[in-house]
Write a protein that binds this ligand. Structure first.
Ligand SMILES: Cc1cc2nc3c(=O)[nH]c(=O)nc-3n(C[C@H](O)[C@H](O)[C@H](O)COP(=O)(O)OP(=O)(O)OC[C@H]3O[C@@H](n4cnc5c(N)ncnc54)[C@H](O)[C@@H]3O)c2cc1C
Length: 401
């Protein structure tokens, strides 16, 4: 039996390894001259391979697209299985404070090494620089058209990854699967006209960022960058708001509460209390609400507070402005920037047409999908690779010709 795997990335390798067996000839077709190229650069070269284990119901909340589908997939192969798979093959993993998991070597090469070794052990054929141009179902299987000739297979796993351009999915046209418009996810917000960019490098640990006119709001660290704002709260917002932001051409108003522990009234009340208890202290130099001092000075300046203004006689107008800057700082977003070159594609093969217990197409026998080519994407933290391992495993194991 001939099995073709389209794509030599994380999902393709996992599918190939788990599809192998007696009487099976498994071939990976990779368009580029390199294998596992995203694994190599991932996590800044360390490969954030998965996340700290958690219940499936909680895990799926980290996927803006694919939540319901993955609930079933993860029952077959979840985080604990990933950890065991790598560790039992000599690649111990460690968990960092924020839950991200990496190989203890801090090198993506460890992950690449074990995937290549497993592929060799299972005698998987690998054809690099062999992109599939067309994939045609035939009476007895599939015909794969490449520049290097025509190949035939009894079963096919499509693991060709995500691309934010529809053209990259053309080779799948003959399958008549629906493709959700592919668009970027995981990006930072550009705020070109905003003076806050001068505070590049300043971060708060627990901000709350909202997009005006939507219900989208996420809490977490916020980092001011040369271009605008970044950090986990912004990246999460970019992922869950990917479609809305795309439709609005990445023009929006972000509203930031710089300390998510405080509401508007709490800010006001604490400032009033502080005025009473410390009337002779200067507003500029006595920072409240754990605000970084440069950010506090920025708020004071924006609130038109004089540099030697004392708390005791701070006019109400300025006090209210300070509260507004702390609680609902408005940033005009215009454009986006890729986060450390780490992006994923929102959109891809429609999940309604795939069986989440096998990864098989509902339309074509012996045709399977795995990885980012599907309309599945996660937030940062190892969730994208986890989806690739789980769907790859399930597709490979389910081939039952
Ligand atoms: C810079 C960067 C860093 C990242 N870091 C992390 C991280 O640390 N943790 C995490 O969880 N996620 C991370 N991600 C996301 C993660 O890398 C992807 O979600 C994951 O690689 C998807 O795996 P995949 O196998 O589905 O697709 P890919 O890894 O994209 O592999 C698909 C492969 O298919 C090939 N291909 C495409 N079309 C064809 C064709 N027609 N014929 C043959 N081959 C084809 C491509 O060349 C590619 O090699 C990162 C992404 C980037 C870009």
């Amino acid at each position: 039996m001939k099995i073709a795997i389209i794509g030599g990335g994380a999902a393709g390798f996992f599918a190939a390894i788990h599809a192998s067996g007696i009487g099976r000839e498994v071939t990976i077709f990779e368009k580029s001259p390199k294998l596992l190229s995203k694994v190599k650069v991932s996590g800044g070269g360390r490969c954030n391979v998965t996340h700290r284990p958690m219940e499936i119901s909680k895990l799926v909340k980290n996927y803006p697209r694919g939540e319901k589908f993955l609930k079933k997939v993860f029952r077959h192969f979840s985080i604990q299985d990933t950890i065991e798979w790598f560790e039992s093959r000599g690649v111990p993993l460690k968990v960092e404070q924020d839950g991200r998991m990496f190989p203890t070597t801090d090198s993506s090469q460890s992950i690449i090494g074990v995937l290549l070794a497993e592929a060799e052990k299972h005698k998987i054929k690998i054809l690099i620089a062999t992109g599939i141009k067309e994939l045609n179902p035939t009476k007895s299987g599939y015909e794969l058209i490449t520049d290097k000739g025509v190949f035939r297979a009894d079963a096919v796993v499509i693991a060709s990854g995500g691309h934010p351009k529809s053209e990259s999915y053309y080779f799948l046209n003959s399958l008549n699967h629906n493709i959700n418009n592919p668009i970027p996810s995981l990006f930072t917000f550009n705020t070109p006209g905003e003076s806050i960019r001068e505070l590049m490098g300043v971060a708060v640990s627990d901000g709350l960022v909202k997009i005006e006119g939507t219900k989208l709001n996420y809490r977490g660290p916020v980092l001011i960058t040369h271009w605008g704002v970044s950090g986990p709260a912004v990246l999460k917002l970019s992922a869950f708001g990917a479609e809305w932001l795309h439709e609005h051409h990445y023009q929006a108003r972000a509203i930031i509460n710089w300390n998510g522990n405080f509401g508007e009234n709490e800010y006001l009340q604490q400032l009033i209390n502080y005025q009473k208890s410390h009337p002779n202290r200067k507003v500029y130099s006595h920072v409240l609400f754990d605000t970084p001092s440069r950010l506090w000075e920025h708020f004071c300046a924006k609130s038109e507070i004089e540099s030697n203004q004392l708390y005791g006689n701070l006019p109400k107008k300025h006090l209210n402005r300070l509260v507004q800057n702390l609680f609902c700082y408005i940033l005009e977003v215009n454009g986006k920037t890729t986060f450390k070159e780490e992006f994923v594609t929102a959109g891809g093969i429609s999940l309604e047409e795939i069986n989440p217990d096998t990864m098989q197409s509902n339309y074509h026998p012996n045709l399977y999908f795995a990885g980012e080519v599907l309309n599945i994407d996660g937030i940062t933290g190892g969730f994208n690779f986890q989806a690739a391992w789980s769907t790859g495993f399930l597709a490979g194991k389910s081939i039952n010709y």
